[in-house]
Design a protein around this ligand. Structure first.
Ligand SMILES: *Cc1c(COP(=O)(O)O)cnc(C)c1O
Length: 366
């Protein structure tokens, strides 16, 4: 049942089949967009209204739009996957809807009905279905987002009006030349999130605040930044925009430790999926705490065998080396570890329909 009727305006000048094939041959990441987008408006007095599927293109904003000044914004990220029989599915879209609403609560923004969120994704993906890659491992990245549009420079209240949108971008393999472990920088100067702050909300401001730390990582010859807790600067929280997993032991009884969701970490859906899948593969899981000394000593003693970041974009990103102002160490032998790859295969297998969907995570679109 439709929660709102969508007004549909077809793009009269879609990208030609030939140009689209060229883009899909080498989509890169987040650079190309499909022919359509979703817009849904919200007003405090009217609720959600004006749902549209329309041609992808620029939007007009009043210069006093609240988001441009006070950053009331949030976003989500998920993917649509082409199955072997040509059909298309998304992965746990209701989990993204629920997380968007959790972010909305923190940002004093309106919640969107989960059905409407998922229906809007389905409509966009089925309209732009020719944009869902058929190449092994490629997918259509979906970016729902919402921001405050009220003309308002007053700072003591949230906006009354919001725009929710969804855009879609074909995405290739995050690692175009095979999965290579990254080197990460321990950020002592910057923090991503503090207790009571917005670290658990998927809001653009967290990213804006992270670029200086990321730049410092690059200046120090690293690929990404490891975020430590804001209070003691030694408890490990996340890497770049991914959650972290620490693998202990490689023999018959491997164990995974991941930092617990303390309120300063973003609750990743990939993280959650891996915590559910690992025990099925005979891997114990634990949500807890790990500090940088324990990380270093664990690697030096050989007890800690693999470390990887996980998120929708890259799925997993093995960490091969760690650097900080006063220390540096390596993890494993510079190749992705077997447990990391086993979990990756399992998750991708479910997403592309090669493995049974035991948990009901797959949402069929068309
Ligand atoms: C989105 C995000 C993640 C990963 O979440 P997934 O749902 O697994 O994609 C992790 N950390 C941060 C900071 C994020 O923004």
């Amino acid at each position: 049942m439709s929660t709102l009727d969508f007004e549909i305006t077809r793009n009269e000048n879609p990208v030609s089949a030939e140009d689209r094939a060229g883009i899909l041959a080498d989509p890169g990441w987040g650079q190309h967009f499909t022919d359509h987008m979703i817009t849904i408006r919200y007003h405090k007095d009217k609720g959600w209204h004006d749902a549209k599927l329309e041609p992808y293109g620029p939007i007009t904003l009043d210069p006093a739009s609240q988001v441009l000044h006070y950053a009331q914004e949030l976003f989500e990220g998920l993917k649509a996957y082409r199955q072997a029989d040509g059909s298309i599915v998304t992965f746990r879209p209701y989990a993204n809807a629920a997380r968007m609403n959790a972010s909305a609560q923190r940002m004093a923004m309106p919640e969107i009905p989960e059905e409407l969120f998922v229906e809007a994704i389905d409509l966009l993906v089925s309209t732009d279905r020719d944009w869902v890659p058929t190449t092994e491992g490629h997918s259509l990245y979906l970016r729902p987002f919402m921001f405050a549009t009220t003309r308002l420079l007053g700072v003591n209240q949230p906006a009354n009006e919001y725009l929710f949108m969804i855009i879609a971008s074909p995405s290739g393999n995050y690692y175009s030349r095979g999965i290579k472990p990254v080197t990460v920088w321990l950020s002592q100067d910057y923090t991503r999130a503090a207790p009571g702050g917005t670290g658990a909300a998927k809001t653009g401001g967290n990213y804006a605040a992270s670029f200086a730390g990321q730049a410092q990582a690059v200046e120090n010859g690293c690929d990404q930044v490891v975020w430590l807790d804001a209070v003691e600067h030694r408890w490990v929280e996340e890497v770049g925009s991914m959650n972290l997993m620490f693998v202990y032991g490689s023999g018959p009884q491997p164990r995974i430790l991941t930092p617990a969701l303390t309120g300063t970490l973003l609750p990743g859906i990939t993280r959650d999926s891996m915590l559910r899948l690992a025990p099925d593969l005979g891997i114990q899981v634990e949500e807890g705490k790990i500090n940088i000394d324990e990380w270093q000593h664990g690697c030096e003693s050989g007890e800690l065998t693999e470390v990887f970041g996980c998120g929708t974009a890259a799925i997993i990103s093995p960490v091969g080396a760690v650097k900080g102002a006063d220390r540096a160490w390596a993890i494993g032998d510079g190749e992705p570890g077997p447990i990391s790859m086993r979990l990756r295969e399992e998750l991708i297998g479910i997403q592309f329909g090669r493995r049974p969907d035991t948990y009901g995570w797959i949402h069929k679109i068309a």
